[in-house]
Design a protein around this ligand. Structure first.
Ligand code: PGA
Length: 254
């Protein structure tokens, strides 16, 4: 019932020219009949050029962040209106934004609200760090991030959640499918509590953190995991395409 989703978070990588080349390689290699929604999230400066390239394809675009104000004196920031029309999705609350740019649950909450008002589908990232994981605080941390991030937000299946344990991001040390599925199950139950069972069943929840072509099957074979938010491996067209193909194959057997 939930359409699998694979999103590539290119982070602060690729010049405009490199972004065009990478998007072209993905476009050329993708079987658009695959029943997987594919989203590329290049840096802001490449969104327009990549959008032009993907105009008549089913591949969608996402931004990696945005500010919650409409416009004005916020030097260096990007407003929702600047990306609506280019993007269908926006990644919000990525752990790197929380860690290096001081984003709090309150800021992320405002951004989620604004994204939804602006017709952008937020991909909201949550995840515990290594210390919290080792202290058995994962459930508590994730529940708090979800509740605070979604505080006051009306139930919507437009939301996508990405569970990204911080210790697994860029480390080559992914969670196991079983671990990820357990936490994702908790996220779904938290959404049921906040909203309703019906909406919680419709929201797509992704796993992220060192996903590659070699481990994607372990995640998407779990019923509660609807796809992946891929960092490093999304910068290599062949790897990213393999992740999409394996997701399509796995989900069509469920
Ligand atoms: P990674 O990053 O796949 O390189 O671990 C995932 C992410 O941060 O979204």
């Amino acid at each position: 019932m939930r359409k699998p989703l694979i999103a590539g978070n290119w982070k602060m990588n690729t010049t405009v020219e490199e972004a065009i080349n990478l998007a072209r390689a993905i476009l050329n290699g993708l079987d658009e009949k695959e029943p997987v929604e594919t989203v590329l999230c290049p840096p802001f400066v490449s969104l327009y050029a990549v959008k032009e390239l993907l105009k008549s394809s089913s591949i969608e675009l996402g931004a990696q962040n945005m500010y919650f104000e409409d416009k004005g004196a916020y030097t260096g920031e990007i407003s929702p209106a600047m990306i609506t029309g280019l993007c269908d999705y926006v990644i919000l609350g990525h752990s790197e934004r929380r860690q290096y740019f001081g984003e709090t649950d309150e800021i992320i909450n405002k951004k989620i609200q604004k994204a939804l008002e602006s017709n952008l589908n937020p991909i909201v990232c949550v995840g515990e760090n290594l210390k919290q994981n080792e202290a058995d605080q994962t459930q508590e941390v994730i529940t708090k991030q979800i509740k605070a991030g979604l505080s006051g937000i009306a139930a919507t299946s437009q939301l996508v959640v990405a569970y990204e344990p911080i210790w697994a991001i860029g480390t080559g040390k992914a969670a196991t499918g079983e671990q990820a599925n357990a936490t994702i199950g908790l996220i779904r139950r938290t959404l049921t509590g906040l909203w309703s069972d019906k909406i919680a069943e419709q929201v797509r929840i992704l796993y992220g953190g060192s996903v590659t072509g070699s481990n994607i099957t372990e995640f998407v074979s779990e019923l509660d995991i609807d796809g992946a938010l891929v960092g490093g491996a999304s910068l290599k067209a062949a790897d990213f395409l393999s992740i999409i193909q394996q997701t399509a194959r796995q989900k069509s057997t469920q």
